[in-house]
Design a protein around this ligand. Structure first.
Ligand code: NDP
Ligand code: 8X3
Length: 252
């Protein structure tokens, strides 16, 4: 079977990196994206033992950079079959009245506008070819608001709406659209949210077993390998210990 091309944003850590590793081992060629060039180089080197890999270094929030970077792909890489819109993070966890403007801007610029910037560059080719699959990584935070989650929840709620909008608008072209909405996953996510405070990040998962990046990557692989007539639409995936965004069973 001919290999399909997948573009993965946020491939330098966590869910994106795990997804890249699994797709590389399962008949995909990869375009790996992120800002940390050293990590991209290292992961690309490792995965090129398994498949063809290329990488693009850009900040998803910078529209011109995204456009130039994706347009710079050589012909052999232009027909992207699968787009995994994964890049994103929470920045801060504070009541809205004391929220940091810079954190708010980052979450909206990266999680919402970034996803739009990348999709815009990839969608038109899919429309021309009348095939393709867009997988947006949302969150339980986009389905339920929790205390202090305010702007992060809003950004992921926007991802949920954009996913649903894509499903309507891309329907005439046979393009599959999926959202994967995880609960708690142990990645660099909490370290970024708490601005490098490793102790606080660790406490997020204290007394409970979170999901791993590989758990989500396995779900993504399953999603993008369904038969041509099948699409998983919206998937909520939680650790067993988690009943909602706020109810988590922890050992004493
Ligand atoms: P990580 O912090 O491990 O990974 C985040 C990835 O996003 C990194 O590869 C990072 O790469 C990339 N990224 C962040 N900002 C930018 C930017 N401005 N431009 C380009 N790339 C960027 O966290 P996760 O793997 O957990 O997060 C992946 C996705 O999963 C996010 O969308 C997150 O919201 C979502 N999610 C996470 C959950 C969790 O509990 N961990 C639960 C639900 C959803 P680099 O720094 O190199 O640019
Ligand atoms: C990440 C999961 O619950 O911290 O999206 O918002 S949560």
């Amino acid at each position: 079977m001919e290999k399909r091309i997948a573009l993965v944003t946020g491939a330098t850590s966590g869910i994106g990196e795990a997804t890249a590793r699994l797709l590389a081992a399962n008949n995909f060629k990869l375009i790996l994206c992120g800002r940390r060039q050293d990590r991209l180089a290292q992961i690309s080197k490792e995965l090129s033992e398994l498949t063809e890999v290329t990488s693009l270094t850009f900040d998803v929030s910078q529209q011109r950079a995204v456009e130039q970077s994706i347009n710079s792909l050589p012909m052999a890489w232009k027909e992207i079959d699968v787009l995994i819109n994964n890049a994103g993070n929470a920045h801060g966890l504070s009541p809205i009245q004391t929220g940091d403007l810079n954190d708010w801007e980052k979450m909206i610029d990266i999680n919402v506008k970034g996803l739009l910037h990348v999709s815009r560059e990839v969608m038109n080719g899919m429309i021309e070819r009348k095939r393709g699959h867009i997988v947006n990584i949302g969150s339980i935070a986009g389905l339920e608001v929790y205390p202090n989650g305010n702007v992060y929840c809003a950004s992921k709620s926007a991802v949920d709406s954009i996913t649903k909008g894509m499903r309507f608008d891309l329907n005439p072209y046979g393009i599959k659209v999926t959202s994967i909405n995880p609960g708690m996953v142990d990645t660099e996510f909490s370290l970024v949210r708490f601005k490098g405070d490793a102790e606080r990040a660790k406490n997020t998962y204290k007394g409970m077993q979170p999901l791993t990046a590989v758990d989500i990557a396995e779900l993504i692989l399953f999603t993008v390998t369904r038969p041509a007539h099948v699409v998983l639409a919206d998937v909520l995936v939680l650790p067993v210990a988690q009943a909602s965004a706020t109810v988590v069973k922890r050992d004493a």
